[in-house]
Write a protein that binds this ligand. Structure first.
Ligand code: SAH
Ligand code: SF4
Ligand code: F3S
Length: 495
């Protein structure tokens, strides 16, 4: 790992640069204070030419959505997108710490930028996201060249935090924070599919997971704010939205209100119905679902609401009940099986994807075999697999029964081979069928083709040229005759 030397090392250009900063340096970094109201670029970080910016995003869809909002804030401040990470005036790493290798990746990127900053003190270096939250001030000690360390709850405050950096401070913003609505326009990567956060944070306590520690308590956005964002997306020509939350089934449980029937007034099911009729939006997805809270009512709503796509991402983590209990997941394999059965009763062609952890502390070979058996039995379209990685301040990291790397590698290899084989079988069902595909982008490997996904989330390639002349355009819903299938993608010709 190439990390810069500690600040006490011999005098380097960066120390001279730091010395030009005003006094606050003397009393250490400024830890952003929640007493100060959050501001948005409308009132802070006034727009003026500020040079170029580069954002690299690690981790999950939540981070991708945050990066798009932070990109929007930077542009509202007057930054323009850089052509190259190594010449940008501001570099922001939006980081992930879900597993150790994700975290280590960030340090190697940072090492390179820290070196650059020694030569060019004008570079503004920002670490946002989950490593920032986990490490806080310790990151500044490790990488003293950093200007701003900001946790995920502070993404919408980027403008006011950068203003403090511009006044010469090193800033750490990691305190628990009520996330305010951001009024800037996100700079979205896609012109067709938009992420929409509906609930931030996670109140679960899975014994392996850092997310609750780095993303904080659950905070649901109000249905009206969510609908307004979706209407805005529709007005810009977006056709698909994905509602996002680490535990999206928890949506609304922190919002007040009870229905006359004694139910919570705000649930994911109600939210889907509430946003369903936004004109112009043709597809609605949501992720990530938790089997503990996935209800029959939700399944019925998905079956009944035509825009909700027949794809469900429901991590099961392990096929063994004792391990599920040790993980603190709050469901059994049987409950998981019933959810999938119910989905397939109502939507026979539904695609199911999941996340699985192998080599959790104490996982025996027999327990691992139960995970393999479940993957085979339920026939997943896609499974994200990972070997257990001990994380700081999580209970399972301190348990006995940690498994050696060799077991992790071997189990992962075996599971991945099975996942691929099952996914391939699941792909077979598309052969010869005609599927509705939303054209999302040009195939970067073959510019005469467009690519998009079926309603069931299978990546699909097809020729941009229409059979009767003209071209399909990005944003079109195209009927594609599938004539080639692979484990995780399809190809076909537009009809
Ligand atoms: N909220 C989702 C997933 C969040 S993290 C859920 O409840 O399922 C994404 C995935 O990373 C998890 O589903 C899990 O499979 C994996 N993961 C989380 N912590 C991990 C760890 N310590 N080691 C290995 N994989 C982990
Ligand atoms: Fe982590 Fe569990 Fe929350 Fe998912 S539900 S983010 S695995 S604590
Ligand atoms: Fe990673 Fe944070 Fe997402 S730890 S998986 S970026 S919530």
């Amino acid at each position: 790992m190439s990390l810069p030397a500690s600040p006490s090392a011999s005098r380097s250009p960066v120390e001279q640069a730091a010395a030009t900063r005003p006094a606050p340096e003397a009393s250490g970094p400024i830890v952003a204070d929640d007493a100060e109201p959050s501001t948005t670029p409308a009132t802070a970080g006034q727009r003026r030419p500020r040079g170029s910016y580069w954002i690299t995003t690690f981790g999950c869809q939540m981070n991708k959505a945050d990066s798009e909002r932070m990109g929007g804030i930077l542009e509202a401040m007057g930054y323009t997108v850089a052509g190259d990470e190594h010449t940008a005036d501001l570099v922001l790493y939006n980081t992930c710490t879900i597993r150790d290798n994700a975290e280590q990746k960030v340090y190697s990127y940072l090492g390179r930028q820290a070196l650059r900053k020694r030569a060019d003190p004008h570079l503004t270096l920002v670490v946002a996201g989950c490593v920032a939250q986990q490490e806080g001030e310790a990151l500044l000690r490790r990488v003293p060249e950093l200007d701003l360390v900001m946790g995920p709850q502070h993404a919408n405050r980027l403008a006011s935090l950068l203003e403090r950096v511009e006044s010469g401070q090193q800033v750490v913003a990691t305190e628990e924070h009520h996330i305010l609505e951001d009024i800037t326009t996100a700079r979205r990567d896609s012109r067709v599919c938009g992420w929409v956060n509906v609930i931030y944070g996670c109140n679960e306590r899975c014994t392996y997971c850092v997310v609750p520690a780095v993303r904080g308590r659950e905070q649901s956005r109000l249905p009206q704010a969510i609908r307004l964002e979706i209407e805005g997306l529709a007005a810009q020509g977006y056709r698909e939205v994905t509602l996002l939350g680490q535990n999206i089934d928890a949506y609304g449980r922190d919002l007040p209100g009870i229905t006359p029937a004694g139910r919570r007034a705000h649930t994911l099911t109600d939210l889907l119905a509430f946003v369903h009729d936004v004109e112009g939006i043709e597809r609605i997805r949501f992720a990530t679902s938790h089997p503990r809270y996935f209800t029959k009512r939700l399944i019925d709503a998905c079956a009944d609401l035509p825009k909700v796509c027949e794809h469900f991402h429901i991590p099961f983590q392990s096929g063994d009940d004792d391990l599920l209990r040790a993980m603190g997941r709050g469901y059994t394999v049987e409950r998981y099986r019933r959810i999938i059965d119910r989905i397939r009763q109502r939507m026979p062609d539904a695609a199911i994807s999941a996340d699985v952890i192998v080599a959790f502390p104490g996982e025996s070979d027999a327990q691992f075999q139960r995970t393999l058996a479940l993957v085979e039995e339920l026939g997943f379209d896609q499974v994200n697999t990972a070997a257990y990685s001990p994380r700081p301040n999580t209970p399972a990291a301190d348990w006995s029964g940690q498994l050696p790397e060799s077991v992790k590698v071997e189990r992962l290899r075996e599971l991945n081979a099975l996942v691929e084989q099952i996914a391939r079988q699941r792909s077979e069902r598309y052969l010869g069928r005609t599927e509705e595909v939303l054209a999302e982008a040009v195939n970067p490997k073959e510019p005469s083709q467009l690519m998009g996904r079926t309603r069931t989330n299978r990546l699909t390639f097809f020729p941009a040229a229409k059979p009767d002349g003209g071209d399909h355009r990005i944003g079109d819903l195209v009927r594609v005759h599938i004539d080639a299938v692979r484990s995780f993608s399809l190809s076909g010709s537009a009809c």
